[in-house]
Design a binder for this molecule. Structure first.
Ligand code: FPP
Length: 261
């Protein structure tokens, strides 16, 4: 059944390992929207006697593989936590390294992602990043905006509470202008004011590196998400383990507050 999803024998052999895990799955049970908290880069690097930033560089390679896999599995949306509103508290050298990594990785990968039909987006307070980075992000969005494959969103300078506050501010302005009555506000209207407007709700959140917490990621969108926690540090997370997370998701019974069918 899965084999039909891949266009050529070359594609099939490239993702042979993923196929071996996924071919037993029911494609109808794939999540539409996967979100990932890519944790453990620092621990991975320190465990190998390297500086923390080496872990981020390794994490970028992992991310490339996971985007490619999500694209080939025809997952509709993939959103990754690359930099939180709290990450500014880290040493300047690490923050600078990450900003440079975002810029360089984008420059390096944009051609390949465009070829893979990936549509790139950014969520978070992007307007507070350097003008150069904002321009690069805008160009990537523009270049890939007509692509119809996986919607790949990078959460940068992102916080879930901050995103909800910004959405409330936008709605309050409409109320103040007399365009909206408070009692008419619906969950769908809130959806439309979030940075993720137009994306499906999050079905599956993956968090690497052992911590079992949500860390202010997609608080509204993940209201009914399933969670997959793994001890694996992000640089060691493979397409095969991504497949295991998808298999685990497929085995969960989702009731959305209702009763067992
Ligand atoms: C969390 O690990 C990781 C981050 C804060 C940065 C995530 C960034 C990447 C994976 C690079 C992505 C690259 C692009 C182009 C988006 P941590 O540093 O908190 O690790 P620790 O918990 O072990 O300290």
């Amino acid at each position: 059944m899965w084999k039909k999803l891949f266009n050529s024998s070359q594609e099939k052999s490239e993702i042979k390992k993923e196929l071996s895990i996924l071919e037993s799955l029911d494609p109808a049970k794939l999540p539409r929207h996967v979100a990932i908290i890519m944790d453990g880069n620092g621990r991975w690097a320190q465990g190998q006697g390297m500086v923390r930033t080496a872990g981020h560089a390794a994490g970028e390679k992992t991310l490339r593989e996971i985007v490619r896999t999500a694209s080939r599995l025809h997952i509709e949306a993939l959103t990754v936590y690359a930099f939180s509103t709290e990450n500014w508290k880290r040493p300047h050298t690490e923050v600078d390294f990450l900003m440079k990594l975002f810029s360089e990785a984008l420059a390096k990968e944009i051609g390949e992602m465009d070829k893979e039909n990936v549509r790139i987006g950014f969520i978070g307070r992007i307007s507070e990043l350097s003008p150069k980075l904002q321009e690069e992000f805008a160009k990537a969005v523009e270049r890939t905006k007509n692509n119809t494959g996986v919607k790949f969103n990078l959460a940068i300078n992102y916080g879930g509470q901050d995103e909800i506050v910004r959405a409330m501010q936008k709605m309050a302005i409409k109320v103040q202008a007399g365009e909206l009555s408070p009692q008419d506000i619906t969950p769908e209207m809130v959806d439309d004011e979030l940075d993720t407007a137009g994306l499906p709700p999050v079905d599956l959140v993956i968090r690497t590196s052992g911590d079992i917490r949500v860390s202010n990621f997609l608080l509204w969108q993940a209201a009914y998400a399933e969670y997959y926690f793994t001890e694996t540090n992000w640089p060691d997370f493979t397409p095969e383990e991504f497949g295991e997370a998808l298999a685990e998701f497929a085995s969960r019974e989702r009731r959305f507050g209702g009763l067992k069918k």
